[in-house]
Design a binder for this molecule. Structure first.
Ligand code: ARG
Length: 576
């Protein structure tokens, strides 16, 4: 199938070349959505000046060359020089029929394919995932799925926080309470209690504090016993994380995906040596610091990115600098997307600047911070429990599922089936809520809105898909067997077909800015177009020919919705 915008683009370019000369064959025809036609081309206005013509005049000449093709039904000039373009019904119908026959549903693979690191989720050992992790996790995972679907090679990197001075006290506490108790507490996600108990001893018990400090030294020196105890904490935390990722259907499944901070430990000394040798880093107050140009504090003094503390220790920044060198230089990736909260904007901007100064980040590569915003409480304030603590992610998940179960409760007798559907609907609603807003916006948690069966919600989209399945079930047909051919006889069919034809483009639009909400918005528009179609067009009772056509449109819609939701990481229950 052909993407309508691309087909139009080529036609307008050919018209521009014929009218103005071969130089114009690659000028941007500025195809945009239009209120008055399927699309509009705005190039006449931008090109008129250099072509030495009046915009409206140029537009009508171009339009005259466009009116007669197997793609365009009409090209009409309006306003100062817009060309309103309407596709031919038979052409659009053919595209829909071939889109249905295409296993990729019109989504083309990227050329060239790139190698891309997506750094997302950002969990930490011995800390629970809280509500704030949801956006960085769902957005990153949707970006990963889309990139892979387009044929890019993706390296998932959770950048698991598994290193730092706090591990001394955590290890000593684990030793105090024993291996089994530690496992039970951590796998249950009782990190706060574990951490606070360790902290209390550290603050109140001199001997414990001393042991903890010695343990850190031993750990950093690679002492076998300390490492073993530390690994225990990491494994217990991983068991907890796996449960949550599995339940959320997050594709951070391989050990390598966790890409833990400790992985970079062996590189830290060398990174520091290199940056010092090249003059990117200098000793300042005993610490090794980079002062990337353009970063100054409030007092106007250059801001340091600390690479090695004055006591010789390394920190969060050191690890990020080592990680970016490894990714850009050793893995030679084309692009790194950091899906991380805005509070780390300055930190990441400095890391990128150092990488550029060091010559690791070349002009052929990019490092981007895909900022994610916060899910807030109803009034826009930080989401907290009544006790003032961060809300655990698992609490949100449980509540979403419980509420979903209440919504669907009267429709299912079988409790196991009800539970299963509620899980898909509740988790889907929660994820979709995060994915349907611009990733950097704040968004107030609102379960009622999130779980509503109308509007731009997960359940609405899942329901649209379930409804299509039930049409086929009633007819005793398999949606995969629908072939068409698709005919466009009334406007509602045409509008739906035009939407469906935009699928490949919508998937592609996620890539440039790492913005899954663009795909979410497209899927919502598509489901809405289907709703109108279904209200206006009888399917099973339609006459022969039209019935097959409408079943084919329904099947294509189903596949686009299921594939699109799948790319967002959202499952579709068979029934709803
Ligand atoms: N674990 C970090 C935190 O909790 C987030 C990691 C983000 N990624 C990175 N490369 N710094 O803040």
């Amino acid at each position: 199938m052909r993407d309508p915008e691309e087909a139009l683009s080529q036609l307008v370019q050919a018209a521009m070349a014929d009218e103005l000369g071969p130089d114009y064959a690659h000028a941007d025809p500025l195809i945009r959505a239009s209120q008055f036609a399927d699309f509009q081309a705005n190039a006449a206005m931008s090109l008129a000046k250099s072509a030495g013509q009046q915009p409206r005049e140029l537009a009508s000449r171009l339009a005259a060359r466009l009116g007669d093709s197997d793609v365009v039904a009409s090209a009409e000039v309006s306003g100062p020089g817009f060309i309103n373009l309407t596709l031919r019904d038979d052409w659009l119908a053919d595209q829909a029929t071939s889109q249905l026959a295409d296993p990729r549903l019109g989504v083309r693979t990227a050329d060239p394919a790139q190698t891309i690191v997506v750094d997302y989720s950002g969990p930490n050992v011995a800390k629970e995932l809280h509500a704030g992790h949801l956006r960085a996790t769902t957005v990153g995972d949707a970006v990963v799925r889309v990139l892979e679907h387009l044929g890019h090679k993706v390296i998932r990197a959770a950048h698991l926080g598994d290193w730092g001075t706090q591990f001394g006290m955590l290890i000593e506490h684990a030793l105090d309470i024993g291996e089994q108790a530690t496992y039970e507490q951590l796998v249950a996600g009782e990190f706060t209690a574990f951490y606070q108990a360790a902290r209390q001893k550290f603050d109140g018990d001199q001997a414990f504090a001393d042991r903890s400090r010695q343990r850190v030294v031993e750990l950093q020196a690679g002492g076998e016993q300390a490492l073993q105890l530390w690994r225990l904490l990491v494994d217990d935390s991983m068991a907890y994380l796996r449960q949550i990722y599995t339940r959320l259907d997050i594709t951070l499944t391989d050990d390598a995906d966790m890409d833990p901070e400790s992985f970079y430990n062996p590189m830290l000394a060398d990174v520091c040596a290199e940056l010092e040798a090249t003059g990117v880093a200098v000793i300042s107050d005993g610490a090794l610091c980079a002062f990337p140009p353009g970063f100054t504090g409030r007092d106007g003094r250059p801001l340091p990115l600390i690479l090695r503390k004055s006591d010789g220790g390394y920190g969060y920044g050191s690890t990020d600098v080592a990680a970016i060198r490894y990714r850009l230089r050793d893995l030679a990736v084309d692009r790194i997307i950091y899906v991380v909260g805005s509070e780390q904007s300055l930190h990441l901007a400095m890391v990128f600047a150092v990488a550029r100064q060091a010559g690791w980040l070349t002009d052929r590569q990019s490092a981007e911070h895909a900022v994610v915003g916060l899910m807030t409480g109803p009034g826009g304030q930080r989401l907290r429990t009544r006790e003032g603590e961060q809300v655990k992610l698992v609490t949100l998940m449980d509540e979403a599922v419980e509420r979903a179960e209440r919504v669907i409760t009267d429709r299912y007798q079988d409790p196991a089936q009800r539970r299963q559907i509620a899980e898909a609907v509740g988790i889907g609603a929660l994820k979709y809520g995060e994915l349907s807003v611009a990733r950097d916006s704040s968004y107030a948690l609102d379960f009622d809105r999130m779980l509503a069966l109308t509007g731009n919600t997960g359940p609405y989209l899942q329901y649209a898909a379930a409804r299509i399945r039930s049409i086929f079930a009633r007819a005793g047909l398999d949606p995969a067997g629908a072939r068409g051919p698709i005919l466009l006889t009334v406007p509602a069919e045409r509008t739906l077909a035009l939407r469906l034809a935009g699928f490949g483009r919508a998937v592609g639009e996620v890539v440039a800015g790492a913005e899954p909400h663009k795909l979410a918005g497209y899927l919502f528009d598509t489901a809405s177009a289907f709703t109108t179609f279904y209200e206006q067009c009888p399917v099973l009772s339609a006459e022969a020919g039209l019935r097959e056509s409408r079943l084919a449109l329904a099947s294509l819609t189903l596949q686009v919705l299921v594939t699109g939701l799948g790319l967002l990481g959202i499952g579709v229950p068979d029934r709803m």
